[in-house]
Design a protein around this ligand. Structure first.
Ligand code: SAM
Ligand code: SF4
Ligand code: F3S
Length: 446
């Protein structure tokens, strides 16, 4: 009988990519994927520790999945909770057979074999500092049209609220040639879009840990990939405002295949809070970068992240965040209630903003942003956007769905069948809060 594996993924795109790598490794061992945890011989939870709730969810899930698993199966925990809280995973949760840190993914086959050969749980949570860029072939990827490609790992910024430098280690960059050859093989396999991943893509190529010792800046890397990969669409995330610069924008202006989307998390509009967060820029500096983006001839979608209720945040600080969001007119905004994370600098500070105040600020910011987003989306009505067809719409089966180059979800009707993975013109007829609606412009042949 063929052995089966089940993977559940929490957290960011890096975890999505790591789950693809883990799936590829298990398939090479002869396993098949199953969506049913009770059928699986190997169950993996790929975890996120960025907020307390994300981390708690993992422990709840370990307990519930333990009840579902079949006898003799192995349960593994990978990702950022595995890296940061391996002892807690092994002791508190119980029943876990494998703990696979963020650097140990390549050792998954060995760790499985080790666990099968012994009665005791095995853990590999080495310090995540080495360049370890796992590779998978295009055929081993789960999504057929959009591929994630890591360009750098880790983070050296140490924002005082953030656990990521502890779970993903120091910054290290992959060689430009390897990134380019991966993009070319994805294009040859029919991929239309690649999303370049890093916690801090703008600091690509900096520091000592550059694979092969290469020395491209992020702007130079973008130039190389845009010119030589032949891919119709390249997106990237996440940019850090401190390192986002005019060179990056200039490269984007030169290449139509560098998409119209910039994710530039601001975290707060208050200089006092930005300093306490160790973000390395002021509210004015951030505004100037936004103004530069908005002054471009290209119509960029700008998205961001804001934390509300950071320790010491007063109503005045929060007002500054509202003002900044008003200024930036984000096309999309992720809002988070601050949550204390073990090992971070801010964890030692009094988390003095009461939960009800955090929730109230969250709601006020959400309302403001929803209004802005609706207005921003309305500008697309009557315009034709290039949309990558990704499947049928979940709302209406006869409709299609996909993303624009500006990373908007676009649902649309078409009087013909369309194959997934092609880029089509869609005339936008309606705008909603979180998506656009339209119809196929013209007829698609071939
Ligand atoms: N590297 C990115 C940057 O600097 O903007 C962010 C990566 S982090 C995984 C994604 C987002 O989670 C952050 O932008 C921040 O808004 C949020 N976040 C991180 N730590 C948090 C915490 N302790 N509480 C609430 N939100 C947090
Ligand atoms: Fe976390 Fe700050 Fe690094 Fe982003 S830049 S991953 S928020 S420490
Ligand atoms: Fe979460 Fe780790 Fe990503 S903490 S957001 S899965 S880098």
């Amino acid at each position: 009988m063929v052995k089966k594996f089940f993977i559940e993924t929490f957290g960011c795109q890096m975890n999505v990519l790591d789950s693809e790598v883990a799936s590829a490794r298990l398939r090479r061992l002869g396993y098949e994927a199953t969506p049913d945890p009770d059928e699986a011989d190997v169950l993996l939870l790929n975890t996120c520790a960025v907020r307390e709730r994300a981390s708690d969810k993992v422990f709840t899930r370990i307990r519930s999945i333990r009840k579902l698993r079949k006898q003799g199966s192995l349960l593994g925990v990978m990702g950022c909770v595995a890296q940061g809280e391996s002892d807690r995973v092994l002791k508190e949760a119980g029943g876990v057979d494998l703990v696979i840190g963020t650097q140990a993914l390549e050792r998954l086959p060995e760790l499985l074999a080790e666990r099968e050969a012994s009665a005791r749980a095995v853990a590999d949570v080495r310090t995540p500092n080495l360049p370890a860029f796992a590779e998978i072939t295009p055929a081993e990827r789960i999504r057929p049209h959009v591929a994630f490609v890591t360009i750098m790992e880790g983070c050296d910024k140490f924002c005082t609220f953030c656990i990521v430098p502890f779970t993903r280690g120091r910054e290290r960059s992959r060689s430009p040639q390897r990134i380019l050859s991966e993009l070319i093989s994805l294009r040859e396999a029919g991929y239309q879009e690649v999303q370049l991943l890093g916690q801090n893509v703008n600091s690509y190529g900096r520091g000592r840990r550059v694979e092969g010792g290469a020395s491209h800046s992020f702007a130079e890397l973008l130039e190389l990939l845009a010119r030589e990969s032949g891919l119709p669409r390249i997106k990237y995330t996440t940019s850090h405002p401190r390192d986002f610069n005019v060179e990056i924008l200039e490269v984007m202006e030169r290449h139509a295949n560098l998409c119209n989307w910039i994710h530039l998390p601001v975290q707060s509009g208050s200089d006092r809070m930005l300093a306490a967060m160790n973000r390395g820029y002021s509210s004015d500096e951030y505004r100037r970068k936004v103004d530069l983006i908005r002054a471009s001839e290209r119509d960029y979608a700008l998205t961001g992240d804001v934390i509300v209720g950071f320790p010491g945040e007063t109503e005045r600080d929060f007002q500054a965040s509202l003002d900044l969001v008003n200024h930036a007119q984000f096309d999309g905004l992720y809002i988070f209630n601050y949550s204390s994370r073990p090992g971070t600098v801010a964890a030692g500070w009094h988390d003095g903003v009461p939960p009800e105040v955090k929730s109230e600020r969250f709601e006020r910011l959400r309302h403001l942003h929803n209004d802005i987003q609706r207005q921003r989306n309305a500008r697309f009505v009557g315009r034709t956007l290039k949309v990558l067809v990704e499947g049928r719409s979940t709302k209406l089966q006869e409709d299609f769905t996909g993303h624009s180059t500006c990373h908007r979800v676009v649902n649309f009707s078409a009087r013909q069948d369309l194959s997934e993975g092609r880029i089509v013109d869609v005339l936008v007829t309606e705008a909603f809060g979180h998506s656009l609606y339209g119809r196929l412009a013209g007829t698609v042949t071939g």
